[in-house]
Design a protein. Structure first.
Length: 254
């Protein structure tokens, strides 16, 4: 079923007409959960756009127009260095974003300089909702598979090589009673690498998506099994179970 984006109708109309006011915009799409699945009443609207030339003036113009046209409560602008060729911000249209007693109204906007060849891998990002692309610049094609396979192989090799050191780090912190340190190490070295291996095994195109979308990307029941390993009582038991599962997946992948 198509996602019901009606609570963002005003923004969809704004974005569709935006290139008339900001001519440098060449491509504007909606992506994220609106097109990949998992959309619900608390989803933000993910907007990605590409422009000619330096992205910063275009980003500034779009943000200024958004502030002028909508009742914006506040904006989080991520650090400029996050995107080498662009800018990103989260435009909050309500106060107290953590109040989930009402549907969320939040727009995530990324504006980038249009590359020489603009592609999007639908296996990773879904089929975007294209609001503006008069010149057909956006090409829907898979990312370089050789490069992705090299990344996956490196992740598997690192998980195998790090296995004993990682378990020692977690066990040592637990033995010393350093709960905060042990919790962080457990997530970093036991749970997150396990999820990376599971993704490589079951959802290789999204191998680097971390702990998000587990119910979408992993076989039924596996997300719950991962969640049972998250920090909690008997951390040593959870950590050992996570490393044992790593061992199992590493054997399968080898």
């Amino acid at each position: 079923m198509a996602a019901d984006l009606s609570r963002y109708d005003d923004w969809l109309a704004f974005l569709t007409a935006l290139p008339d006011e900001v001519p440098a915009l060449q491509v504007v799409v909606v992506n994220g959960s609106a097109v990949t699945g998992g959309w619900d009443e608390h989803s933000d609207l993910d907007v990605e756009a590409w422009c000619s030339g330096d992205a910063t003036p275009t980003y500034d113009a779009v943000l200024a127009l958004a502030r002028a046209r909508f009742e914006v409560d506040h904006v989080w602008e991520v650090p400029e260095a996050t995107w080498p060729t662009g800018r990103q911000c989260f435009i909050h249209l309500q106060p107290d974003a953590a109040d989930l007693s009402r549907p969320t109204r939040l727009v995530d906007v990324v504006i980038l300089t249009t590359p020489e060849r603009l592609t999007m891998d639908t296996r990773r990002h879904g089929v975007p909702m294209v609001l503006h692309d008069p010149d057909g610049l956006l090409l829907l094609e898979d990312d370089d598979e050789a490069e992705m396979e090299a990344q996956r192989q490196q992740a598997v090799a690192q998980a195998a090589a790090r296995r004993q050191s990682a378990a020692w780090l977690v066990e040592r912190a637990i033995a010393r009673g350093d709960l905060a340190e042990a919790t962080g190490l457990h997530l970093r070295f036991a749970v997150e690498p396990l999820v990376r291996l599971l993704r490589i095994q079951h959802c290789p195109a999204r191998h680097d998506f971390g702990l998000r979308y587990l119910r979408t990307d992993l076989p039924e029941g596996m997300a719950e099994r991962v969640e049972a390993l998250l920090p909690g009582p008997d951390l040593a038991v959870r950590s050992r179970a996570a490393f044992a599962w790593q061992d199992e997946v590493l054997r399968d992948l080898s």
